[in-house]
Write a protein of this length. Sequence first.
Length: 506
Amino acid sequence: MLAAVPLLFVVGQSLQLSVPEWRGLWTSRLPGLLWNTLSLAVLVALGCTLLGMSSAWLVARRQFCGRGIAVWLMILPLTIPTYVFAHIYTTLLERDGWLGSLWHLVLGEQIAIPDLYNLGGASFVLSLAGFSYVFLLVRIALQDTHQSLEDAARIQGARPLEVFWRINLPLLRPAIAASLAVVVLHVLSDFGAVSMLRYQTFTLSIYLQMTGRLDHSAAAALSLVLVILSLTFLVLERFFRRRQRYYTGTQARRRELKRATAAEQLAIWAWLGLVTLFAFGLPLAWMIAWSWDAWIQQAIDARFWEYVGNSLVVAVSAASVAVAVALPLALYQTKRRSAYSASLLQLSSVGFVLPGPVIALGILTFVLGWVPWLYGFAALVLALVIRFLPLAVQSQDAAMQQLTPTLEQAGRALGAGPLENLWRVILPVIRGGMVSAWVLVFIDALKELPATLILRPIGFDTLPVRIWIEASEEMLEHAAPAALMLVIGTLPVLWIMMRPERRHRR
């Protein structure tokens, strides 16, 4: 129920607005904010679906040279915060930037360089930052499906396109829906990229109300509208996939990957290479180049490594607590589908649809008023757990959609109790989803900025905080090392997540 604390703060603050003030919001600001936010969410969802599904299909259905490396390249964009993406690409597309210079060299001075300070630019940046969520969950679903279903369709005369439309796509709907829910919730609550690109969404307007005008009531009112919008999306998402479950027998034949021809390998790597170039290659090259300048200027000192340690401690703590809390929620939703279980699931998503500053202020109000001894590190971890709990719930719930009831029934028939059945049957089956959940929460907690800015203890700076401070002061050579360390810090957890696949390939 702690997930409801920020929501209670929002409701309490918004009730302080009078009817004329509410009417003024509805007639002046809300229509534009709704259009901007919904347009951005739709475009990013389409972009992430295109990039994530295409790359997941190629990696999961074809055996080609460098396939293991390709998986890493599709996941690594998650390590880069959206505000770093926005800052890097606005820098690269300046007239003297790498891409800006290349643009004029190839197309000439007559054609203007693309402007990122609009809907298209924000969609481009957030699609590059978020498509890996779709890739991760869709790829797991593709690996867990059995070849016998497609073989049966082909025996009945189905063509490849019919097999995809009538067999593959229905089986992938739970994973696609879960991943797009994560993507859309990220877009609705994103602060870093939209603030860098000055694109007016609910989150940016809420932040400006809180910091510029110091109007917490108006900020809470906008937050309440954002919560209603996000919960409406989640309810619709659950409604459309409530019956999208499938089970596979334990004796079903596992998929044999088709080996790609030389021409197919060239086409596969042409597409994956293009995605990698814009989603990870160019940002990584920028971070390395500016980090080298910082190293030469001796800007990396002992305090920098203290920031690294602080970030890792916060991310590990938040990811571990979030996965532990999400497991009973996802399990209860799978076992006891009811209005009550659905309401618990929606309530757990409230933290993700609220902007980071609002969550931080809600937690701060609760801690100072009721449990002041939690103020500091514990309050920060609590805010991050509430913020990213939907990531853990969605990943584990998607894995549990494929949990075959006969396996649990067999365990109970052999005398296993509920806890033993959980430990020896359920957890091994959903282990991939749990690992993915932990990694996703870890990565996002490592990158979290606004909540950390407000709730961090005095003198407890993290890498995102330092990136924001240095970038706002245009000290690029100081911001780049912290951004690069965010990438390096996630490599061990990504390696842990990839261990099951390496065993599967063997």
